[in-house]
Write a protein that binds this ligand. Sequence first.
Ligand SMILES: [Zn+2]
Length: 418
Amino acid sequence: MKLDRVLTIVGAAGLRAIAQGPRIIERFALVVALLFVAFSSASFASQQPMLAFAARVAGDDARTRVVIDFESKPAFSVHYIGKPERIVVDLSATAFGFPAGDLAPRGLFKDIRYGTMGEDSARLVFTTSRPVKLVTAEVRQNEDRGFRLILDAEITSQPQFDAMLKTQDWGQSAAVPPQDIDPPVEDGVFVVAVDAGHGGIDAGASGATTKTPEKTVTLAFAKLLADKLNKIEGVKAFLTRDDDTYLSLSERVTVARQHHADLFISIHADTLPQKDIRGATVYTLSDKASDRMAENLAARENLSDQLAGYQVEDAKPEVADILLDLTRRETQAFSVALADNVVKSFDGQVGLINNPHRQANFQVLRAPDIPSALLEMGFLSNSDDEKLLLDENWRDKVASLLAEAVHRYHKRSVANGG
Ligand SMILES: [Zn+2]
């Protein structure tokens, strides 16, 4: 019961007692007793509930952020529950004063519920579509009004989620899980993410003659490339997908970041309306495409996932932009160096398109902190290229040359202290 309301009731009772005359003393004693009881129960019961006055959910199927605004600073604790995977956030008494639609499920969350648990507590339950972990769970002060609770969920593996369930202590908040749950990275090991384009329901392009889907060609090549890279001392390659499963563009980038990749290479073999065009192309990221062909290719690739990749959200926009800009510029220089190395390796050995290093706005290359390049090995729309793409010997040769390019790039970045 709120204190001001208690005082109003007690005050009114006292006034009535006084107005009623003769038994005023007893009555007033009763009022004082009432006042005492009411007062102590008011201080034992929860304080006034915190008002949560606004909420929002943003992100995609690899990273999803929830932000809830509170009038006063919220205390909270986080736990995980399995089968189905859920994140539970316990709060002190909270009045949820925002429209239910503000916490409509999206991204990794397939259901979001919240409400009062008892007089002193409230709970938020996020049911997720797959194993997740919170990489951020913190309260920050708003500039204009109150505080905001920020929860960033990111995809994780089933074994990692199970490990979190086992190690969490319900007496203590799990908040942000211990970072060593992530696979440890050995010092000095150069980690390369090899990304086989497309997969699952997204078959990509198909061969002009054989109709072989692009997803099959890219996976076969990616496996070969990873094998060759893993034979180089100091280099460790992994595949973003190693079977015929669908991965969103954002998931590919998130998986690369979770493995602490130093380099990201996406493998493709697309089609063009101009069937005579053939040869390999290396793409790096740019908001402005180098030419119409590059622009169209990127637009088609991005259809696979219209949502952005890694996003830096919620920092002050101007700060985020400057930091991101600096990181991007450095990363961009490395990406271009990688592309130059690839073109150099291929020159005279593998058929290249005119101007073989091109730029376009490929979503899958958007990690601001990982140098990234996309290799179009050739075009499945050209029947000569198709023959090569399906030829194991040719693939083996291209994979060797590409691994050499990565090795050379790595040696140079070590020499430069990068
Ligand atoms: Zn493709």
